[in-house]
Design a protein around this ligand. Structure first.
Ligand code: SF4
Length: 391
């Protein structure tokens, strides 16, 4: 498989892993966060923890868009489907996330609501064109990667003169969340996790480029290495982070240069800037309110904004108290710290968002790490300084 096998070369992987072990200083602890859920899955799928020295830990971050959406926004989508009788279109993972009172989009679909799974926002647009007598709402989630297609679909709806299509916009911004992990007051409640550097997201960076991370690296003095999803990408990025830490550098380096440039995709960024504007604040599951961390639809496109088109109440929502998704998304706990992990919470019976999504940390641990002897950075017995009150 051209362009894939090269990045899964076992001999090369062993060589890079050997260099990591040689260059890691024995007296030092290294904690690196992979922000992106795709990286968490790659790390486990390829057995990378087994190749790393004991004093180098990888910590999962909040980079799963399904996981970080707060329950109140999901409840609002459920209300749109149930009370406003719209055709609600969303991606498959989102349908299975438990909302408050154990409701989910899948459950209300079973009760008769018109909820449809789509593979892209264009599918939702097609459904709107085919059902002119019904209101169709696209439940838009995701980071900078999925935002440009949503912008384009709004523009296409206007070009087609569709009057029954709108978007419930929940698009999020990555750099704001990375900053929040380091500086928000919630850190004081949940515990402090030492972080020495970040593996920067792959897909997100193809759109926004490496440019936005430079401010972050300078301001917080944390190295960032943008990496692809293949095993050699991950190992190479970890080696680059080790070298930066050892040399006292805090820079942005781009391991994924075959796809990511300094400026990113200028056309995609332009269409996003023309269609969306910043929200002053947005609630993230696990991170709380994060300033300027999400987008909403510009007034110019208000007729396609479901939040303006429908009156949706945001009621305070109750999370499952035993579910640790919040702490896991912040990186201060591991899925294996959760008393519900694997029994009864499984991908078939998810009790929290982190077990639902194909990018969720609990799903990654369940699929690849639940029988491992080795502890991980945030397993209670290791690494994180977690306050007892937060356990
Ligand atoms: S194992 Fe299930 S209940 Fe526990 S934190 Fe993960 S998703 Fe939540």
């Amino acid at each position: 498989m051209k362009y894939v096998d090269e990045y899964r070369d076992g001999a090369l992987a062993r060589d890079i892993a050997g260099r990591i072990r040689e260059e890691v200083l024995p007296q030092k602890q290294y904690h690196f966060m992979e922000f992106c859920g795709g990286h968490t899955h790659a790390i486990f799928r390829y057995g990378i923890p087994d190749l790393l020295p004991d004093n180098l830990k990888m910590i999962h971050g909040p980079g799963c868009p399904v996981c970080v959406l707060p329950i109140s926004r999901l409840d609002a989508a459920i209300e749109l489907a149930v009370s406003h009788d719209v055709i609600l279109c969303s991606y498959g993972d989102m349908l299975r996330v438990p909302g408050s009172r154990k409701r989910s989009l899948l459950k209300v679909k079973a009760e008769g609501a018109d909820v449809r799974m789509v593979y892209s926002c264009m599918d939702a647009l097609r459904i709107a064109a085919e059902n002119p007598q019904r209101e169709v709402v696209f439940f838009a989630i995701g980071f900078e990667t999925t935002t440009p297609p949503t912008a384009l679909v709004i523009r296409q709806a206007r070009a087609q003169g569709l009057k029954n299509f709108s978007v419930y916009c929940n698009h999020l911004l990555t750099p704001a969340a990375i900053s929040n992990i380091l500086e928000s007051p919630e850190v004081r409640d949940l515990g402090i996790l030492p972080l020495d550097g970040f593996v920067g997201p792959a897909h997100v960076s193809t759109v926004i480029g490496s440019q936005p991370y430079h401010y972050f690296a300078e301001e917080y003095q944390k190295p960032v290495v943008i990496a692809g999803f293949e095993p050699l990408d991950m190992l190479q990025a970890i080696l680059m982070l080790v070298r930066q830490v050892n040399q006292g550098r805090a820079e942005v380096e781009n391991e994924f240069s075959r796809a990511v440039t300094f400026q990113g995709n200028l056309r995609a960024r332009a269409v996003v800037a023309d269609t969306f504007e910043l929200r002053r604040s947005f609630e993230w599951r696990g991170l709380g309110e994060v300033p300027y961390s999400a987008l909403r639809i510009k007034q110019e496109f208000a007729e396609f904004d479901a939040e303006k088109r429908f009156t949706v109440e945001y009621r305070s929502a109750r999370e499952n108290k035993a579910c640790e998704c919040g702490a896991i998304l912040r990186g201060v706990k591991s899925p294996r710290d959760c008393s519900l992990f694997a029994d009864p919470c499984t991908p078939e019976n998810p009790l929290g968002s982190c077990m639902v999504s194909s990018e969720g940390a609990c799903a990654a641990y369940y699929s690849y790490g639940r029988y491992r002897e080795r502890t991980f950075a945030t397993d209670r017995s290791h690494g994180a300084t977690v306050k007892e009150s937060a356990i």
